[in-house]
Write a protein that binds this ligand. Structure first.
Ligand SMILES: C[S@@+](CC[C@H](N)C(=O)[O-])C[C@H]1O[C@@H](n2cnc3c(N)ncnc32)[C@H](O)[C@@H]1O
Length: 245
């Protein structure tokens, strides 16, 4: 490439990068801010040490400290979930993969009166934190500890119904979760890698997206790109085990 052409391409790339990195900040500055509880959950999450928890035998799944802030949902994701929950006047909400409760408390904040958020997480440490916070603040959020597939089976046996389900859990199990319930799920584009199936989780997400797209019972309303998070919204046109729609 000629030098001038190369410089132009560089400039364009730089401008695009600046635009993309500034977008989240800009969108947040124009959005209604999430409450003080969610701010304190971000701080509690930042203060976690996965290394220490592991040494103390308090983590089931080994994780590096690099993942502690990437695991939490983003403010934009929670704002989008809140939009749907408010508009649909959801009362019974299920979250598969709860972590420190950022999404769960965000959804609880806007659920219909008398509602409840039930969470599922494999890590007792995260469940204890969320359940304790909920008790102290008198918020109707309860996290059930266990492998999501096992807990989903027992929730189904008990006859529970949900009008909104947020899936943000173990990627290889998304197809399995889909057999029981699905409404909004995170990570379906897996940072864009689903298109090229460029790593194991990308393959899992592409398999999942393909399965959902081929299922005649499902209307996928949107696969949308939300800042760093990615959602697929779909509704079962025929009732599944959990559907309250
Ligand atoms: C991405 S985080 C969830 C973030 C959360 N939704 C939020 O709003 O911040 C995924 C969570 O799923 C949990 N998890 C991973 N594998 C699981 C499994 N097989 N069963 C249940 N929970 C699991 C992890 O412990 C982790 O807390």
């Amino acid at each position: 490439m000629e030098k001038a052409g190369c410089d132009d391409a560089k400039k364009e790339l730089q401008e695009t990068l600046e635009l993309v990195t500034g977008l989240n900040e800009y969108a947040q500055s124009k959005s209604t801010q999430l409450g003080s509880l969610l701010k304190s959950i971000v701080e509690e999450t930042a203060a976690l040490s996965f290394t220490k928890l592991q040494e103390e035998g308090k983590l089931i799944v080994p994780r590096s400290d690099d993942s502690k802030m990437t695991m939490i949902s983003s403010a934009s994701q929670v704002q989008l979930l809140q939009f749907f929950i408010r508009k649909l006047k959801c009362r019974n909400i299920l979250e598969i993969g709860t972590y420190m409760g950022y999404g769960a408390f965000g959804m609880a904040d806007v659920m219909a009166q008398g509602g409840k958020v039930t969470g599922i997480d494999i890590e007792p440490h995260f469940c204890d934190f969320v359940n304790k916070t909920a008790r102290e603040r008198n918020i109707n959020v309860e996290v059930k500890q266990g492998s999501a597939i096992t807990v989903l089976e027992s929730l189904a046996k008990e006859g529970n119904k949900y009008d909104f389900i947020y899936v943000d859990c173990h990627k290889p199990d998304y197809c399995e979760y889909f057999k029981t319930a699905m409404m909004a799920c995170d990570n379906v584009l897996w940072h864009g890698r689903s298109i090229k199936r460029s790593d194991y989780f990308a393959e899992c997400m592409d398999d999942f997206n393909t399965m959902v797209a081929a299922d005649p019972r499902v209307t996928t309303d949107s696969v949308c790109h939300v800042m760093t998070g990615y959602f697929l919204f779909n509704t079962m046109t025929t009732a599944n085990k959990f559907s309250n729609l």
